[in-house]
Design a protein around this ligand. Structure first.
Ligand SMILES: Cc1cc2nc3c(=O)[nH]c(=O)nc-3n(C[C@H](O)[C@H](O)[C@H](O)COP(=O)(O)O)c2cc1C
Length: 199
């Protein structure tokens, strides 16, 4: 069901935990952004390749503060009400890229508190992998990490296995059942944010 009457569409920042050019998770994140827009939200897709940062190091932070890309990203997260994240599984865990990004963004920047960007955010999570489990083992860890920093994570999630065959030429999911599940997650994110932010 698409929302037809309400306030400004909820703003949702969408990204993948992979910088790889042909990343399956970037494909999935782009598809989530497309479905969010179609279902009544306003998605902003970003590529973490455009936000390179060093591995977090307390001495770097003490000497020079946050890297410029971390500061930009921190403000970008602040400007959105929701998050949609597609993350690869590396050895059963989330990627260092995603963890490092979330860590830098969780650091204070001047008057802006460390966890301020994450406060009252709602997130949808998904994964894609060439393997059979689709990255399923990393999703509870991503869920836990986001919960630790104050983000409410929707109970629904999707792990796409056999990712090399899962996407069609248009970037959509070939399997209608999987696409329906993804739509359900995106719709729930939009509806939840719309309800929370209704004035
Ligand atoms: C260090 C490393 C560990 C990996 N571990 C897993 C794993 O535990 N489970 C899995 O399904 N795939 C694993 N893979 C394969 C990734 O799912 C695959 O490289 C995938 O394409 C990465 O996501 P991307 O296409 O979005 O970049 C691993 C890949 C790397 C580089």
């Amino acid at each position: 069901m698409t929302i037809t009457s309400r306030n400004t569409p909820p703003r949702i920042l969408v990204f993948a935990g992979s910088a790889r050019e042909d990343s399956f998770n970037k494909r999935l994140a782009r598809l989530m952004a497309d479905r969010i827009d179609t279902l009544g939200g306003h998605a902003t897709f970003i590529d973490l390749r455009d936000y390179p940062m060093p591995i977090y190091d307390g001495d770097l932070e003490a000497d020079a503060g946050l890297p410029e890309h971390a500061r930009r990203l921190k403000r970008l997260v602040m400007e959105h009400q929701g998050l949609a994240i597609a993350c690869p599984e590396y050895n059963g865990f989330i990627t260092p890229l995603l963890k490092n990004t979330i860590d830098w963004v969780s650091r204070p920047d001047g008057d802006l508190g460390g966890l301020a960007p994450y406060a009252n955010k709602v997130a949808a999570i998904a994964a894609a992998s060439p393997g059979g489990l689709g990255g399923l083992r990393a999703l509870p860890l991503l869920r836990q990490l986001l919960s630790n920093i104050g983000v409410t994570v929707l109970p629904d999630q999707l792990a796409i296995g056999g990712a090399g065959q899962a996407f069609d030429e248009d970037g959509s999911l070939a399997d209608e059942g999987q696409l329906g599940k993804l739509d359900g997650i995106c719709q729930r994110l939009v509806t939840t944010l719309d309800t929370l932010h209704r004035t």
